[in-house]
Design a protein around this ligand. Sequence first.
Ligand code: RIB
Ligand code: CA
Length: 314
Amino acid sequence: MNHTHNIIIDTDPGQDDAIAILLALASPELHVLGITAVAGNVPLQLTHSNIRKVCELVYKTNIKVFAGTDKPMKRNLVTAEYVHGETGLNGTQLPEPSMPLQSKHAVDFIIDTVQTQPEKSITLCTLGPLSNVGLALEKAPEIAPRIKQLVMMGGGLFEGGNVTPVAEFNIYVDPDAARLVFESGIPIVVMPLDVTHKALTTKKRIEAFRALDSTVGSVSADWLDFFERFDEDKYGTDGGPLHDPNVIAYLLKPELYSGRHINVEIETQSALTLGMTVADYWRVTEKPRNAVWVTDVDADGFFDLILKRFAQFN
Ligand code: RIB
Ligand code: CA
């Protein structure tokens, strides 16, 4: 099969990141050129280890994994063990990885790949803070026009924030990097809390993972049982939002989603609203439209896609 998308996944696993990575690895339409680790949910040395644990879970030990930056561009790292557990993949115990970490820094891998691959052939899929991409743009701004698109999980408008009343975690951790990305001119598709909060891991859906009757199915169900308890308590819902796999699902079945092309800017100064995605959804300004802001998903279609792809893992 010809690949539809050549992608680099930048990620901070995180149980939801792990599901997203597995979805990408289960999908022949996607050519995963490499997976880059960023500090976020847990520190860098855990995120790059967790990526390799996930790849080894499905025997994809040929995937190139790179370590990136261990902190935001200008600020101290904020982590989320309170959501993901101290390993970042709490819910189940996976063996320490034996596949190698690439020696090249993730930022240099991103730059070199974009500069050597055909222009407009690379899609960046970011599932965590944008620190690696921000550093790449700072070091080599000339890569921006060469990037086909950047599909990210981050931000929030109608759903507010999840680490402050107005800021979502991935943007809040590194607002300076996010600002660089949104000002870069790269075609951006945003999966904010506005859409991920419509993709809830209900008990019925978690049982469907378990019913796959496979290692991947039961590990995924165990991850989701752990990861979603925090959001279930917070929002009082049956299940919590499954954030990051929406980035990959969008590439596989964009028809599951709808949104608007709008202007989005990032607050980087105010202590009160730091990391807010100021999304001009109703276009009340004439500011340039720099991002597709996704607000709706066919949630049943989304989970069906994941389950059908996971069923292919033996
Ligand atoms: O706010 C949700 C985002 O923060 C997700 O990417 C989750 O993995 C965490 O990184
Ligand atoms: Ca993440």
